[in-house]
Design a binder for this molecule. Structure first.
Ligand code: A2P
Length: 298
């Protein structure tokens, strides 16, 4: 029933995570508690989401109350762009969030804060962090096929995961095939196309083909989108702060999309939603164009 996928360290990554990007402080704690109570064992976090403190407090309580054990949880976090200097890595976290670096201590997305990343150097610090035993796996996020390939060439410990945007309307065919060939697990963020994010103008859940498949199966489009991800072999990280939708998004293990309808889902028009606009600048940082940031995967 696709509850876990194995990553290249041998660790088992739970296939459905609760996403916490844009889950506001004040509600995120209840969402995490509701998710764990219904069976989620993976919480997708990041320092940049500004809500890790509350998540930490809730987890501590859940451990103390014996609701879940720490060793049964997979907690993803991400190293923010200002913490790429090797000496800053161990104090920060266990994942690279973007292949983009920013000045130490800088706040926000001002272009003048962008600096050239030295990914091999940052990665060596991640490897040391892994050696220390503080992370069961280290990975990257928002890496194109090219950037992941370059990192694999110099890595002593290959990344276990590349977390990228992935849903039926941005299927990442090329990157997925590459990850598979290299044993890097793909985790899909915005698996519902982030419908609540007005800046992204997402229509993923409204896609007519997705809705046709959903109707035939008698499931919601959200469930079909998540189940599609699981059947493609990647973990999915749906964000919700509504208990009903947290439950709905975890109810995807019992029935699969049959081959004929699954094939229909490969016909959806493809478009990346998350472009990484703050990281592309004509003067500052490493990437002049979206083409360069994503190495043509647009
Ligand atoms: P809410 O938190 O109110 O449930 P993604 O994970 O792709 O970024 O999408 C998250 C967005 O999708 C949030 O706005 C969330 O709103 C909404 N959402 C989460 N689960 C569902 C669902 N099952 N059906 C429809 N919308 C959902």
């Amino acid at each position: 029933a696709i509850r876990f996928f194995e990553v290249n360290t041998g660790a088992q990554i739970p296939s459905v995570a609760l996403g916490t990007w844009q889950a506001a402080p004040g509600v995120v704690g209840d969402a995490v508690a509701a998710a764990i109570k219904v069976g989620y064992r993976h919480i997708d976090c990041a320092q940049a989401y500004g809500n890790e403190k509350e998540i930490g407090a809730v987890l501590k309580k859940l451990f103390e109350d014996g609701i879940v054990k720490r060793e049964d949880l997979w907690i993803t976090s991400k190293l923010w762009c200002t913490d790429h200097a090797p000496e800053d890595v161990p104090v920060a976290l266990d994942r690279i969030h973007w292949p983009v670096s920013m000045k130490r201590g800088s706040v926000g997305f001002k272009p003048e804060n962008l600096i050239h990343p030295d990914i091999p150097n940052t990665w060596r610090a991640m490897e040391t962090f892994y050696d220390s035993g503080k992370a069961r796996a280290i990975g990257v996020s928002n890496f194109s096929t090219k950037k992941l390939g370059d990192l694999l060439e110099v890595a002593r410990i290959p990344p276990a995961v590349n977390q990228v945007e992935c849903h039926p309307s941005w299927q990442q065919s090329k990157l997925r095939a590459f990850c598979k060939s290299k044993g890097v697990h793909l985790s899909g963020y915005s698996p519902l196309g982030s419908p609540g994010t007005t800046s992204l103008k997402s229509e993923v859940l409204k896609n007519p083909i997705l809705n046709m498949v959903a109707e035939k199966l008698g499931k919601s489009p959200a469930k079909v989108a998540l189940r599609w991800g699981l059947q493609m072999g990647h973990s999915v990280l749906p964000k919700s702060t509504s208990e009903a939708r947290i439950n709905e998004n975890f109810d995807v293990f019992d029935s699969s999309i049959p081959d004929d309808l699954f094939a229909k889902l490969s016909e959806l028009e493809q478009a990346r939603l998350v472009k990484g606009s703050p990281f592309v600048h004509e003067t500052f940082g490493a990437y002049r164009t979206f083409e360069e940031l994503w190495d043509g995967e647009l």
